[in-house]
Design a protein around this ligand. Structure first.
Ligand SMILES: Nc1ncnc2c1ncn2[C@@H]1O[C@H](COP(=O)(O)OP(=O)(O)O)[C@@H](O)[C@H]1O
Ligand SMILES: [Mg+2]
Length: 210
């Protein structure tokens, strides 16, 4: 069983979007992975998504630090392949336990609202937990050099955490899909650019989880 957390101390950068997409795409693979989502997010965006969703797959459980160990133990016993944890934006102490258990911590970064201080604090929390992190550029505008510049700064200032190759563009289908209780692959079909980006991101993350 692998555990993927999505975490950053910066709100609105795409934690829930990435958590939901990695969970749904994992469950859509030929090798029908059994996936469980744990939702720590106080904003509850994943919970709204799950409520809008017609099916209970992947299942989403509201969690807190007190219930984490119990859920993970149960998931192992039930043969779950992947647990995706959507964490809240602020308190690293609250997230620390989840970070410690994670095989990988995906850290979304929004180029336009890039905040180096927040990224350094996030990286520190990931390292303190002894976890492996990966930066993901999300909401990348279709034009301009902002994302490349952000990536350069991250590589220079936080070299211990890699920036993944796959980027998610700033694309309407990502938000429309979530509002409908879907992932882009379900909402817009596999040929849509957003779907291709999300699948490419999943493949890269899968490689890092090994
Ligand atoms: N790649 C994207 N393209 C378009 N909209 C996005 C993208 N990623 C996130 N959003 C939107 O930005 C907002 C914040 O994203 P969310 O995943 O809820 O962030 P967080 O969980 O970090 O607070 C949401 O309205 C979401 O639909
Ligand atoms: Mg969220």
């Amino acid at each position: 069983m692998k555990i993927l957390s999505v975490f950053t101390s910066k709100g609105g950068s795409g934690k829930s979007t990435i958590a939901i997409h990695m969970a749904v795409i994992a469950s859509q693979q030929k090798r029908r992975n059994r996936v469980l989502m744990l939702d720590y997010d106080v904003q509850e965006s994943s919970r709204f998504w799950a409520r809008a969703r017609q099916e209970d797959n992947p299942p989403l459980l509201p969690a807190d630090p007190g219930t984490l160990n119990g859920y993970l133990k149960q998931a192992r016993e039930e043969g779950i392949d992947l647990v995706v944890i959507d964490l809240p934006p602020h308190s690293a102490t609250q997230s620390g336990l989840a970070l410690e258990k994670s095989d990988l911590v995906a850290i979304p970064v929004r180029p336009g609202a890039f905040d180096l201080w927040a990224m350094e604090a996030t990286a520190e929390a990931v390292e303190e937990a002894g976890a492996k992190g990966a930066f993901i550029l999300n909401q990348v505008p279709s034009r301009g050099t902002e994302a490349d510049e952000t990536e350069q700064v991250l590589r220079a200032k936080i070299p211990q955490i890699p920036v993944v190759k796959a980027r998610l563009g700033l694309r309407k289908p990502f938000s429309s899909a979530l509002n409908a209780g879907l992932a882009v692959t379900e909402f817009a079909g596999p040929k849509e650019k957003a779907s291709q980006e999300a699948v490419a991101l999943f493949r890269e993350i899968k490689g890092l989880l090994k």
